[in-house]
Write a protein that binds this ligand. Structure first.
Ligand code: ADP
Ligand code: ZN
Length: 636
């Protein structure tokens, strides 16, 4: 008699204890529990941890998919239901990754199976794009039949298989033995050989990582870099967990320090992982790393499903030794990982915005701890969390690179108060005199400039030059944005709109309101008018829709086919252009960031980053930061 367990979990049967292989399965359903199932005998040799299986769930035994999270041979005395069928033939979820998944699931309150699903790309679970290739090998226990009594053809096949220590693909075996498939089938039926399938990458799939010769750079590390490296190497050599914050101003050679640390680990035969924000995966960084590290593989979201599956397999096989990747690469199935580096650790793109809402830094920390390996976090503007931890936590250390390489000076940064600028010029001003003057000088010297305008389009703020106040929404106090075409000003938060007033409504003021503040498009138009000879290009999400567009702009700017690059934050990060000597931040305020408690932190990071683009080679850099709110913490 079967009766339901009062907990509703299992069917309990009184009876003899049994012994066998049981699987713990996390169902792909909004359930926090895992359940235990027995495994049919014919499935025992094929089932593995991390595979998806179908299991009966609930009273009716509805079939649900789930991940096998542990396998155990043990006694069980209740009547467990058994796994219904296998969904995947392989798994890239190692026991260690499942452990990590359990932590993520627990920490971010997300069901285990949903977490495991997010950790393994669909393409790798399905092995999409991989070809099934049939292989043959001798059975472990050979039949009692006398070998000599077999036909000549059959003996020939068996001899070929005996001589080859590894399984032979059936096509190779057919051509070597010069016989038909029927011979193989007969040998399979009489249990001499077994035929099985393996998924293999088709030759045509090109994973974007051409093998290049590893070269040494034409310079040696400076004293600060050497000191930072020595601290990290101490951890590497001890082979234990530890976090190092590599706090270095932009252009101080952090990337160079990662490269050396990675090479140190590679020498010991282990694998390394460098995590970078999506936007950084430009040809620039990748090419630099590919010329310096062996077996580099790049993993990012623009890959095809097949490429992704192939990369995952190469990593699992230990063939991909240096992996550069975005967020999801932290879950790659490294058999032998020795170091994780995270560049620009403060980047908000490291936070996953879907369940599980993990932060890659914390996951990397968990993984490094689990494996007992070092983690290096690099940044010129560390997140507050990392900064705090580097100040007292015994497992965290901080090393600083306070100078730019080759003693290049940090750029000369000036803040221009646009309120004064408008008052002094007695008109609305978009580009200050200092910005225009320095830009003009830059162009006259044949150098390049970057202008950051972190808002697209033409949007304007409405502002009273006398009270120095911005026109705000009556409902939510956010700044109103004037849309020049409609004559309305709109709140981008609550969508309140009104006719744009012409005069200040403050008591006893009545001054004429000014329209100030810009979008990229207008900055571009203004510059073209002012500098008709200059080659000006805009880079924002209106014109850069694909990765290719971005790469083209980077190439053209590097090739000096562009003089002035106007863009949103996509141009602020990680790029190294030796001929840029001037950077202008057209509008540094918190507009559009209301409600984000990191608004000041982010603005500071953005300005610091873009300023770091100036003067990276021999030309001293200059930076102008225009603002209507010089008192905000980010600017102070
Ligand atoms: P960061 O990552 O801190 O911005 P990078 O590692 O990209 O800095 O280095 C900035 C530039 O300086 C790169 O072009 C790099 O090749 C060069 N560089 C790095 N280290 C040195 C060094 N010790 N001597 C000379 N040039 C260096
Ligand atoms: Zn509003």
């Amino acid at each position: 008699m079967r009766k339901p367990d009062p907990t509703g979990r299992l069917w309990i049967e009184e009876g003899q204890p049994k012994h066998g292989l049981v699987a713990e399965v996390a169902p792909l359903a909004p359930i926090a529990n895992t359940y235990t199932f027995t495994i049919p005998e014919d499935m025992e040799s094929r089932i593995a941890i991390g595979q998806r299986v179908e299991i009966p769930l609930g009273r009716r035994g509805r079939l649900v998919k789930g991940f096998v999270v542990s396998l155990d041979r043990r006694e069980w005395d209740s009547t467990l239901r058994s796994v219904h069928s296998l969904v995947d033939s392989t798994s890239y979820l190692t026991p260690e990754l499942i452990e990590l998944g359990r932590w993520i699931s627990d920490h971010y309150c997300c069901p285990l199976a949903t977490t495991l699903k997010a950790m393994t790309p669909e393409a790798t679970r399905r092995e999409r794009g991989l070809k099934a290739v049939q292989y043959v090998r001798l059975r472990e226990s050979q039949p009692d039949t006398d070998f000599e009594s077999l036909s000549r053809k059959r003996k020939n096949v068996l001899t070929i298989l005996r001589e080859s220590k590894v399984p032979v693909s059936i096509n190779d075996a057919l051509s070597k033995a010069g016989c038909t498939r029927a011979v193989f089938r007969a040998l399979q039926e009489t249990e001499w050989i077994e035929i099985f399938e393996r998924k293999e990458a088709p030759r045509a799939v090109i994973v974007p990582a051409p093998a290049t010769n590893v070269v040494a750079p034409p310079y040696s590390l400076n004293d600060e870099q050497l000191a930072a490296l020595a601290t990290i190497e101490k951890q590497i050599d001890r082979q234990c967990f530890g976090v190092t914050l590599l706090f270095g101003v932009s252009g101080s050679g952090k990337t160079e320090v990662y490269i050396h640390a990675m090479r140190r680990v590679l020498e010991t035969g282990r694998q390394v992982l460098l995590l970078v924000p999506e936007i950084m995966l430009t040809t620039q960084l990748v090419q630099r790393l590919m010329s310096r590290l062996p077996d580099v593989t790049v993993q990012h979201s623009a890959l095809t499903e097949t490429q992704r599956a192939v990369i995952w397999r190469k990593i699992a096989a230990g063939e991909a030794r240096s992996v550069i990747g975005t967020r999801s690469a932290v879950f790659a199935p490294f058999p032998n990982l020795g170091l994780i580096c995270i560049d620009e650790e403060q980047e908000s793109s490291y936070k996953n915005l879907r369940a599980p809402r993990y932060h890659v830094r914390d996951v990397a920390l968990g993984r490094a701890k689990q494996l007992g390996i070092p983690l290096v976090l690099g940044s010129a503007t560390p997140s507050l969390e990392t900064w705090f931890q580097s100040q007292g936590d015994p497992e965290h250390q901080r090393v600083e690179l306070s100078h730019r390489v080759r003693d290049l000076p940090l750029p000369d940064i000036r803040i221009v108060d646009m309120r004064d600028e408008c008052l002094e010029q007695r008109k609305p001003v978009d580009l200050s005199r200092l910005l225009l003057q320095w830009l003009e000088e830059t162009l006259a010297r044949g150098e390049q400039a970057i202008l950051l305008m972190n808002r697209r389009g033409f949007a304007l703020n409405v502002f009273c030059p006398s009270c120095k106040m911005r026109l705000t929404c009556p409902n939510c106090s956010a700044g109103l944005v004037a849309h020049s075409i409609s004559g309305l000003c709109v709140c981008h938060y609550c969508r309140t709109s009104m006719t744009t007033p012409t005069h200040c409504s403050a008591l006893g003021c009545g001054a004429e309101l000014l329209h100030v503040g810009l979008g990229t498009q207008r900055v571009e138009a203004l510059l073209k008018e002012r500098f008709p000879q200059a080659k000006i290009r805009r880079a924002d999400s209106d014109v850069v829709k694909h990765r290719r567009d971005y790469e083209t702009i980077v190439e053209q700017f590097t090739g000096r086919e562009i003089d002035v690059l106007v863009g949103t934050q996509m141009i602020a990060k990680g790029l190294d252009f030796p001929f840029v000597s001037f950077v202008g931040v057209v509008s540094a305020d918190l507009a559009g960031m209301a409600g984000d408690f990191r608004a000041n932190e982010k603005l500071f990071q953005l300005i610091t980053q873009v300023a770091g683009r100036a003067g990276r080679a021999d030309r001293p850099g200059r930076v102008v930061v225009q603002t209507f709110s010089p008192d905000i913490a980010a600017l102070r």
